[in-house]
Design a protein around this ligand. Structure first.
Ligand code: NAD
Length: 353
């Protein structure tokens, strides 16, 4: 079993994308954060498209400074039409060859890591985004920025499920501000470049994506639980456990991301997630028990110092816009996705974070 991604998941994504991918034929894509969780799916999809679908290969240049990815995770050596460059996107990236698409997925996405690296978290979404926008503008490339559902902060219950038009309820001082606020500025930059320079921008707000390939030491909720389950230890529920989330399996999410890249309306922002079911962390534990067919112990604990408190109470996407404009349609039920993820983590995780 692969420690990165499942071949069957990549096949599923490629088959769901159908002919929409032909516009990538012979094009050049710059992918930042390409050694992260989502980045590795992009590279795997592009490799598979080159092997099986595209008339002419897509050429992919991958940038990552490995701040959270770790040196040993690099999986791109000796891959045709794929170049990895160890580069910090906070610094400008000089690129004079052709360029058709920029996918700016570099970021510090896990609360554990953005607590540890607040300034780096801020900079990758601000200076990093500005550098990528400059590049995209110069090359007349389409630039897609990975924002986050966290830009909504703790939404007013009236605005849950949350549509793109909701302006958010975010603190600029809280322990999560470095992430939420810098993603908001990243979106503002995209909007300025689109209006002032005509840059073909798009922004994606993903809602809790999970699946095989998440690092065991990622510290987001599902890898955290899966690692504890592997070690036969109780899972730790932070806060009171009543905070709700929806979870989007990686194949659904990647189809959505690719649709935004290929079909998104220039200048627009899209929620990508699975709107159902919206469940509390306690309910997530119960779902996992159902999937495993056995009980697991859980402790309700205070937020550890390493994890930023001030969590949003609810998070659930309204995806009407992506359904209507991109025909985005999540298909993997939560129990099915959890089953796929937990089978993989049981094979790959060691139980030591
Ligand atoms: N996975 C999700 O559920 C989710 C949800 C909301 C938003 N996002 C956003 O999507 C993007 C990808 O998420 P992910 O889950 O793959 O995160 P990840 O942490 O697994 O990967 C991000 C990658 O970016 C790299 N990186 C960070 N700073 C960099 C810099 N300055 N220069 C170059 N590389 C840098 C890291 O080394 C890492 O490999 C991130 O921007 C994240 O904020 C993800």
């Amino acid at each position: 079993m692969s420690s990165f991604v499942q071949t069957s998941d990549i096949d599923e994504i490629v088959s769901r994308l159908g002919d929409s991918v032909q516009s990538l034929s012979g094009k050049t894509v710059l992918l930042t954060g390409g050694q992260g969780f989502l980045g590795k799916y992009f590279t795997s999809i592009f490799l598979q498209l080159n092997k099986t679908v595209l008339d002419r290969p897509v050429n992919v240049v991958v940038l990552d400074n490995l701040i959270t990815a770790g040196k040993n995770d690099a999986n791109l050596e000796n891959q045709e039409n794929m170049t990895f460059i160890d580069h910090d996107v906070i610094k400008p990236f000089p690129w004079e060859d052709s360029l058709d698409y920029v996918i700016h997925a570099a970021g510090i996405a896990s609360p554990f890591y953005y607590r540890a690296y607040p300034l780096e978290t801020l900079e990758v979404s601000i200076s990093g985004t500005k550098n990528m926008l400059e590049l995209a503008t110069r090359h007349q490339a389409r630039m897609v920025f990975f924002s986050s559902s966290e830009i909504y902060g703790d939404p007013d219950p009236e605005h849950v499920p949350t549509a793109e038009s909701y302006r958010g309820n975010v603190s600029c001082h809280g322990p999560r501000a470095c992430y939420d606020e810098s993603k908001r500025v990243g979106e503002t930059l995209c909007s300025i470049y689109h209006h002032k320079h005509g840059t073909n921008t798009g922004a994606i707000r993903p809602f809790n994506v999970y699946g095989p390939g998440m690092k065991e030491a990622d510290y987001r909720v599902l890898p955290n639980f899966a690692s504890r389950i592997k070690a036969d230890m109780p899972v730790n529920v932070y806060g009171n456990g009543n905070q709700t989330r929806t979870y989007c399996y990686i194949t659904d999410a990647m189809v959505g991301f690719m649709l935004v890249l290929l079909k998104g309306v220039p200048g627009e922002v899209y929620n990508i997630g699975n709107p159902t079911p919206e469940i509390s962390v306690h309910e997530l534990v119960k779902r996992i028990e159902t999937v495993l067919g056995r009980g697991i112990k859980s402790n309700v604990v205070e937020y550890p110092d390493s994890y930023p408190a001030d969590e949003p109470n609810r998070r659930c996407p309204d995806i009407h816009k992506a359904r209507l404009q991109l025909q985005f349609d999540p298909q993997v039920e939560l129990n099915d996705g959890l089953n796929r993820f937990l089978q993989w983590s049981d094979e790959v995780y060691t139980g030591e974070q």
